[in-house]
Design a protein around this ligand. Structure first.
Ligand SMILES: Cc1cc2nc3c(=O)[nH]c(=O)nc-3n(C[C@H](O)[C@H](O)[C@H](O)COP(=O)(O)O)c2cc1C
Length: 343
């Protein structure tokens, strides 16, 4: 399965390392750096104009090495928020190797998106990220994606409110896919993988590729506000430092995310207020004042959402994306060999 996945991604090395689509954070510079290091670089876009801008940056950075018609990166889109018609002409022009979809309002929306994207960019592969075995099965049967990313509950940012860690999610999905004749659909793992140990575990669970989000928040090429990055680098003990809650989508104003979703962020003062029972209008007022203030909510006020996964305690230094890819890739083989020798 890993070979099937990589056959379309000719520049990648084995095992396959992917940076997560992170809207507003994973831009063209990060995607180009990850791809140049032999991984799959992915842009996370929230709006069509971000997509176009970041694709332009990646295309420029990859120009000297690019072969063929497709641009050797993925682009991540959120169907519940972006208009399909606004992104189709951009996908047609750039033809990304992968179009990654996440968070459709209804699971059936993915079929419409996949069909329309395939029409304008037949060379693009469709990958869909989801967080439960039943959703993965429904999506595989209806939208027929080229791969699915199983997102465990440790993931930073948004995900299914009712989730499980990839330790059980991935093997169960693998079994269910096999029982339904879908074992030719590659499964990737995301959520809580922050270094080669997590990646090795995911490959042992049956993943054909691994996705790292939070770890790449500490890459030099990622677009993260300095205050945000400092908090990620300083955080320890992800079990305590982060929490999943719908509160994070309620702090600016009414939550626009589909009902099934919540998000994992560093614990903020707004979250603490919410637990203490402070009224949401008051939480919003203090939040909105703090994030437009001097420290943008990242300093003493500690009000801004800092999306990060439970692996955040393993993310301790700022480095180049290529070094992260190389460390994880070479570490996986070493860890699997030494584990085998140890047993
Ligand atoms: C800062 C941040 C922003 C994210 N934005 C998106 C997004 O725009 N689209 C998406 O598909 N997933 C998004 N995610 C979730 C990631 O795709 C992925 O599931 C997650 O980062 C994996 O878990 P990890 O952070 O523990 O590595 C985001 C995650 C983070 C940390």
């Amino acid at each position: 399965m890993a070979e099937t996945l990589r056959s379309h991604l000719h520049w990648t090395s084995s095992p396959l390392i992917v940076n997560a689509a992170m809207g507003g954070f994973a831009g063209g510079r990060l995607a180009a750096a990850v791809t140049r290091a032999g991984g799959l670089g992915v842009i996370g876009a929230v709006m069509a104009n971000d997509l176009e801008k970041e694709l332009g940056i990646a295309a420029e950075a990859l120009k000297p090495t690019q072969k063929g018609d497709i641009i050797p990166i993925g682009v991540g889109l959120l169907p519940f928020i972006v208009q399909l018609d606004s992104v189709l002409p951009i996908l047609q022009r750039y033809r990304p190797a992968v179009v990654w979809l996440f968070a459709a309002k209804e699971l059936t929306d993915y079929s419409i998106w996949a069909a329309k994207i395939r029409r304008v960019s037949p060379e693009s592969r469709i990958w869909i990220q989801t967080g439960t075995v039943s959703a993965a099965l429904k999506i595989a049967q209806s939208a027929k994606p080229d791969a699915l990313i199983l997102q465990g509950a440790d993931a930073g940012g948004h995900g299914f409110e009712r989730g499980a860690s990839i330790v059980s999610l991935l093997p169960e999905a693998t079994d269910v896919f096999k029982a339904n004749g879908l074992d030719n659909t590659p499964l990737l793992a995301s959520g809580g993988i922050a270094d080669a140990r997590g990646a090795a575990a995911a490959f042992a669970l049956g993943a054909s590729g691994v996705v790292l989000g939070t770890r790449f928040l500490a890459a030099n090429e990622t677009n993260a506000p300095p205050g945000y990055r400092e908090l990620v680098l300083a955080a320890r003990d992800g079990a305590q430092a982060t929490v999943r809650s719908k509160l994070f989508d309620n702090v600016k104003g009414p939550n626009i995310w589909p009902e099934a979703y919540d998000g994992r962020s560093l614990v903020t003062e707004s979250y603490n207020d919410h637990v203490r029972g402070v009224d949401i209008d008051q939480v919003r007022e203090v939040h909105n004042k703090a994030v437009t203030g001097e420290d943008s909510g990242y300093g003493k006020t500690n009000r801004a959402n800092v999306w990060a996964g439970s692996g955040v305690g393993l993310v301790n230094k700022l480095e180049d994306a290529a070094d992260i890819v190389e460390e994880v890739r070479s570490g996986v083989t070493q860890i699997l060999n030494s584990t085998n020798a140890r047993l």
